[in-house]
Design a protein around this ligand. Structure first.
Ligand code: NAD
Length: 324
């Protein structure tokens, strides 16, 4: 059989670049397509020039390009999307139009070549569901369309429906993954991602800004664990037509996260509260908790993300420290 070949949309992004590294190390060929809207060539420094790796700087919504690249691919990992609450709030039209159009194109081309397909969705699709931990068949409780923040969840949910429509209508071998807060080196803070923001603030001695009352709880997952799960799920035929949570189930409040970052960096920074209204304008709602139930993932691949939070934070600190 010819060498396995993966197409990664959003391959110059945070998760996409780690996935490219992981697959190349496992002997795959990798083609990344990225418009560099939030990703960067620098993310691919470790794989640039490696035999078997190619990057196309383009929209993954370019159907002609995608058809050409998909012709000899085996798997497509669809990660390209407008990501991050802050970015989504700032560019609501783009979030909806770009995310839907890109996914439509990727699924159409994947179906044409019958590619094994993995579509990245998000824990945001559980919306305001109050459950303590989310299972894959739980309901999505999406808030009113008057609140822009829900557009990301709604567009990702539609991506999921679209993926499963292909599965039911054409038997496209597709798997949907719902990623929970993923962290690690190369994630950037300017689109509202909390860990690089806190670490950057702490290292610079600026106030560490906690939104709301800081009692909201999140589970953070190491990016290297996530990409391993993506590759494992894609390799298993039994995961076709299924959706999986990918996340860690260690919870921490955002206030405790801020304190931990302050302690680990030895920073003199103050931890300060900032209201959601101040940051995002009116009508912002946030979820109290977002914890995955990972039993389905564990049953499928025999593993769930388990890197300790301190170890993950240290990788981010080590990366950002030299930059000052
Ligand atoms: P990221 O912004 O680093 O990666 C997205 C990449 O897609 C970027 O490189 C961007 O330039 C590219 N891109 C965006 N639109 C594109 C398009 N139309 N064509 C080509 N490239 C395009 O973010 P990430 O954290 O790596 O996210 C990857 C995926 O994982 C996204 O689908 C996101 O919704 C999902 N996700 C991430 C998290 C997380 O915590 N990081 C959580 C849930 C879901």
């Amino acid at each position: 059989m010819s060498q396995n070949h993966a197409l990664i949309t959003g391959g110059a992004g945070f998760i996409g670049s780690h996935l490219a590294e992981h697959l190349l190390a496992a002997g795959w060929r990798v083609t990344a397509v990225d418009d560099l809207s939030t990703g960067s060539i620098a993310n691919l420094r470790s794989v640039e020039g490696r035999p078997g790796f190619r990057l196309y700087v383009s929209s993954a919504g370019d159907e002609a390009l995608l058809r050409a690249l998909a012709a000899d691919a085996h798997v497509v990992f669809h990660l390209a999307a407008v990501v991050g609450v802050k970015k989504v709030m700032e560019s609501a039209i783009q979030t909806i139009e770009k995310n839907l159009h890109t996914t439509e194109t990727v699924l159409k081309v994947a179906n044409l070549f019958r590619l094994r397909t993995v579509v990245a969705s998000t824990s945001e699709v559980y919306g305001a569901n109050p459950r303590e931990s989310f299972r894959e068949d739980d309901d999505s409780i999406i808030g009113t369309s008057r609140h822009r923040r829900w557009s990301y969840a709604a567009s990702k949910l539609l991506d999921e429906f679209h993926a499963f429509a292909y599965f039911y209508s054409t038997s496209l071998p597709v798997t949907v993954v719902r990623l929970f807060n993923t962290i690690g080196p190369r994630q950037v803070g300017h689109y509202g991602m909390v860990v690089p923001t806190f670490v950057g603030q702490a290292l610079a001695g600026r106030p560490i800004t906690v939104y709301g009352d800081g009692r909201q709880r999140r589970c953070f997952t190491f990016v290297k664990d996530v990409v391993r799960c993506l590759a494992e799920l894609a390799a298993r035929p039994a995961t076709v037509g299924q959706v999986y949570n990918i996340g860690s189930d260690q919870e921490i409040t955002i206030m405790d996260l801020a304190r931990k970052v302050k302690a680990m960096t030895g920073s003199p920074s103050e931890v300060v509260l900032q209201s959601y209204q101040e940051v995002f304008g009116e009508n912002f709602v946030d979820m109290e908790r977002r914890k995955p139930d990972v039993s389905k993932l564990r049953a499928a691949i025999g593993y769930a993300p388990d890197t300790r939070l301190e170890a993950m934070l240290q990788t981010v600190i080590d990366e950002l420290k030299p930059r000052g």
